[in-house]
Design a protein around this ligand. Structure first.
Ligand code: SF4
Ligand code: SF4
Length: 271
């Protein structure tokens, strides 16, 4: 079982591909409550969670309690758990990343969606292009930390792909570090799907569970507001929600019939 926990809904960026700027984010500007975070970890411990990603619809490094939470994850779930963090890299300086690594983080994903400051400011919606150099420096510093797994992800899509940018990124990072990621359509909210998707969904097959900042166990990360929530961790255990009727009905329908007629999955670009 794999768990994704949203720690904050604060963010300094306005990425063109991000849903928070298409639909108003009702929970914007929040940090997860400590009591809720502790409850999620207690449930995760009971439920054989083997991997946790700390990420959601916000910049994880804007949570001032991040290092403490990483220590808490490690002490509650032990050494076997795999712990990853996603960041836009703006605040992920070497000292902070080193501290997180020592606290128990195994891997870090930097979202770097351009090879030049000019394109980066456009795509990430940040006015100061000098920030780009800092992010690149932070990535290089993280890559120098022995034992830490570092990824650089770059979102591409037919709408904003630029071959020169892709070449620029490929010249900076080795293939085992750089991941070009196809931009998703947030289950039809950003751009429509012009075909009926066949088959199931990687998210479901990989047993991912997404808990948002309010404790909602969402359908997936394309349902960040919990519009298709299966339950709330504040009221029930993660395990009960996962095996509960609401989720199982949904999963069975997708498994038996595929998702071509199931909302919102029938609109989703995920394959
Ligand atoms: S950094 Fe992440 S949360 Fe922030 S706007 Fe970009 S995609 Fe959205
Ligand atoms: S197909 Fe459904 S469950 Fe899978 S990512 Fe898309 S919206 Fe989420």
């Amino acid at each position: 079982m794999k768990l994704q926990i949203e720690l904050t809904t604060k963010c300094q960026c306005k990425c063109t591909f991000c849903i928070r700027h298409i639909e108003p984010l009702p929970t914007a500007g929040k940090i997860i409550e400590d009591a809720l975070f502790t409850k999620i970890l207690n449930d995760a411990k009971e439920f054989n969670i083997t991997l946790i990603y700390l990420t959601g619809l916000g910049e994880t490094f804007l949570d001032p309690g991040l290092e403490r939470k990483v220590k808490q994850v490690r002490s509650e779930l032990g050494d076997k758990l795999h712990l990853g963090i996603y960041t836009n890299g703006m605040l992920a300086t070497k000292d902070k990343v080193e501290a997180l690594y020592k606290a128990g983080m195994n891997e870090i994903y930097f979202s770097l969606n351009a090879a030049t400051p000019e394109m980066w400011t456009q795509i990430m919606g940040v006015k100061d292009g000098n920030q780009y150099k800092k992010v690149v420096q932070n990535i290089n510093d993280a890559l120098s930390i022995h034992g830490l797994t570092v990824h650089v992800t770059s979102v591409t899509s037919a709408q904003w792909i630029d071959p020169h940018e892709v070449e620029g990124l490929m010249s900076k990072y080795s293939p085992n570090v750089l991941h070009m990621v196809r931009g998703g359509n947030w289950a039809g909210k950003i751009y429509p799907l012009d075909y009926k998707p066949l088959g199931g969904c990687r998210w479901i097959d990989d047993h991912y569970i997404y808990v948002n900042i309010e404790g909602e166990v969402c359908l997936c990360c394309f349902d960040p507001y919990g519009q298709h929530s299966f339950g709330n961790v504040k009221k029930e255990s993660l395990e009960n929600i996962y095996w509960g009727e609401k989720r199982q009905e949904f999963i069975n329908k997708i498994k038996q019939e595929g998702r071509k007629d199931v909302k919102p999955c029938k609109h989703c670009s995920t394959i």
